[in-house]
Structure formats: C-alpha cells, structure tokens
Design a protein around this ligand. Structure first.
Ligand SMILES: [Zn+2]
Length: 108
C-alpha cells in the first residue's frame, strides 16, 4: 500500500512524527485529527504502511483499525473489539469507506 502524504479525507498535509522502533528501524506516525474526522497511519521503514486507524463514528469514538502486517481489520469502541473480514481500504471515496465499515458493526 502506498504511503500517505496528505489526509485522504480533507487533503491537508498529515502531521508527521518520526521515531525509532525497538529494533532500530525508522517509524512514522502520520495523522490528521479534526472535529469531523480522524485519520492515523503508521509507516515503518522499509515495509511501508503498517497500520491505519480511522474514526468511523466521531460522536461515539468508534475506530476502524487495519493491521497490514497480519492482514487484520477490527472495529474498536472502548473495550469492545470486533474483528471483521479484512479488505484493503479504498480511500478514493472516504465517506463510502466509512459507510462500508459502519455496515459491519453496530454497537448498541
Ligand atoms: Zn484530514
């Protein structure tokens, strides 16, 4: 999956925080957090995008979490974690992606 420079939702440049993994590789935490959406991705050198987290429900703080390394996708709300079938996120239509994620899980 290709790296992110700009937020796929609002197209602003992502905030970029660099650090080093325990085994000495470069890692970047890139994010855009606003009142309407929240996008975070973790990029590890040299593998590329390692994880993506997006808020699917800003009012209830529901988060979709992709782990690219082991191809898992889960929806998290507080202590509740629901694994759903993995698919590659298509950020060309951000709102459609959010809608798709919402159809998988409805937290009561
Ligand atoms: Zn944004």
């Amino acid at each position: 999956m290709k790296d992110f420079i700009n937020c796929p939702k609002c197209n602003k440049p992502l905030l970029n925080e660099a650090s080093i993994t325990r085994d000495g590789r470069d890692i970047w935490n890139k994010r855009c957090i606003s009142a309407s959406h929240s996008f975070t991705c973790i990029v590890i050198d040299p593998d590329g995008v390692s994880a993506i987290m997006i808020v699917t429900d800003i009012n209830n703080n529901v988060i979709a979490n992709w782990k690219m390394d082991n191809q898992t996708l889960c929806i998290v709300k507080g202590k509740n974690v629901v694994n759903i079938p993995f698919f590659e996120p298509d950020f060309s239509d951000y709102d459609k992606l959010i809608q798709k994620l919402k159809t998988y899980v409805t937290f009561s």
